[in-house]
Design a protein around this ligand. Structure first.
Ligand code: UDP
Length: 239
């Protein structure tokens, strides 16, 4: 049988991936479909760490637009990612996948604190590790968290799972009929062309640390497996 292309991956899910068609809140049956795919690739021996956003519950920028102090609103966003991470852990464990949540901000009654070496040990033992709470700092995003943790744990790739978007386009394909999809890009292309892949802090960190990304459509069943097996779907972004 073909071998997976990657040994250790970071799977970045946006918060909206947990919400389903409602676009808001947490929908466990939707999570279950994703978890079945994660379970399948884990059975191939792939080490999987997951970072989930919080946009289905709260974004710091939304609070700031409504007059809140940005840092305060961002801490709320970080807490939203913890709720999502716990929901994901619940569904993973119900499916028989041993999972540990590590938080960047200590909340020991709920999850382990983030300890890099311990996270690597969990992965080596076949546990899925979910990094919750973002970087633990306001003014950052969970995309930046994905780039940071990928560098820290030596991940081979960041799998950027998108909702109903199958890669990176030259313009928004919903608004511009001439938009073309890229199959390969460099991080510098993404930054200089201002492409909608991840925020610029996350792109710079990925570029500086030579971390490749694959941007693909999560809503197409089987795609997580396809990407991990090395099928060329979506857009690959390299150093
Ligand atoms: N956040 C933060 N620092 C981090 C990661 C996240 O302040 O290191 C906050 C920020 O307010 C952000 C929110 O958490 O808007 C949710 O994360 P994100 O927007 O990345 O979620 P996604 O868009 O992937 O659902």
């Amino acid at each position: 049988m073909d071998q997976p292309k990657y040994k250790r991956v970071i799977l970045k899910l946006s918060g909206e991936a947990l919400a389903g068609s409602a676009g808001f809140g947490i929908n466990p049956p939707v999570i279950k479909e994703m978890v079945e795919e994660i379970k399948e690739v884990q059975a191939l021996g792939v080490e999987i760490a997951i970072i989930v956003g919080g946009g289905n519950i709260w974004r710091g920028t939304t609070g700031a637009e409504m007059g809140m102090e940005r840092a305060q609103a961002d801490y709320m966003g970080m807490l939203a990612t913890v709720m999502n991470s716990l929901a994901l852990q619940d569904v993973l464990e119900n499916a028989g996948v041993p999972t540990r949540v590590q938080t960047s901000i200590e909340m020991r009654q709920i999850a382990e604190p983030y300890i890099r070496r311990k996270a690597i040990r969990h992965l080596e033992k076949g546990r899925v590790v979910i990094f919750a709470g973002g970087t633990g700092n306001p003014y950052f995003s969970t995309d930046t968290t994905a780039a940071l943790r990928a560098a820290e744990i030596g991940a081979d790739v960041i799998l950027m799972a998108k909702n109903n978007v199958d890669g990176v386009y030259s313009a928004d394909p919903k608004k511009d009929l001439n938009a073309v999809k890229f199959t390969e890009l460099t991080h510098l292309d993404v930054i200089s062309k201002g492409l909608q892949v991840m925020d610029s802090t996350a792109s710079s960190l990925s570029m500086d640390n030579d971390i490749p990304l694959v941007v693909f459509n999560l809503n197409n069943p089987g795609n997580i497996r396809r990407v991990i097996m090395g099928e060329e779907i979506g857009t690959t972004v390299r150093g």
